[in-house]
Design a protein around this ligand. Sequence first.
Ligand code: SF4
Length: 300
Amino acid sequence: MPSICHYYVTLRCNDTCEFCPHWTVLENQYARAGEELGTKELGAREMEGKLKEIRAKGVKTLNITGGEPLLRDDLPELLKLAKALGFCVELTTNGILYGEKGRLLNGLTDRLFFSLDYPVAAEHDRSRGVECFHAVMAALELAKTAGEQPLLACTLHRDNIRFLPELAELAEKRQVKVQLNPVNDFNGTQGFEPATVEAVKYYARRKHVLVNHALLEFVRQGGNRVYWPRCRAAETTVTLLPDGTTVAPCFDNRSGRSGRADICSSCMRGPYMLPSFAIGLDKYFWLNLWSEWLTRRKTR
Ligand code: SF4
């Protein structure tokens, strides 16, 4: 039974992140192919039936992602619908539009993440391709004032790893937790040497730093193996596109076969691997369980 739905509410984005393929490849590629492939957004009302169907399958968590979700004007309506259906709602935003639209989202998310790649304005803005570091910091404070419990989400890669001490300090100073998410391979940024993995583990001991140790170990081992896949995306996740269609097993592999396509080789896509680790009694299962317990303890 699937436990989580990754809902790509839009593929539009107001960032041009150096590690993200969506703004560079996807829209252009699909536009060139003359295909929509879910780039057209369906309104909240039209989505109601689809979300009900997904909830009826037993999916508990709705992960709102994109693109930049706040670019959708009907996002509050969508979130209200999701809450009414009993979903636990997670939302990740780059924070740029939060000052303008955040009050409309108050109380509609269970976990609210603001993306932060670097704890230093010049580096974060360079990585994102737009000036937005100060917008993220302002959004964080605004959300806290509104009674939310925001978190920072850091896509960890080969370059920003050197800022881990400063990132941990920033989280402590701002009294928020920062979730470290190892990047999947775009532009050669994935994978860490053993010493780097140890450094991440060291900083993960801090009260304000969260990391999933199963995913970290999976990264250390080089990710998914096509001949013996650990990915269980088709069984554990639903991927919903902006036009209301679903694809399987994941956003990037639409062949229907989890972990066995060419693109699955060395895959480290956390949003699909974490639910996968809940199936199969191996070291990833136990490390994931332990990490979830640690996260609950740090965030309560
Ligand atoms: S590309 Fe998709 S199906 Fe393949 S291993 Fe990665 S998450 Fe699983």
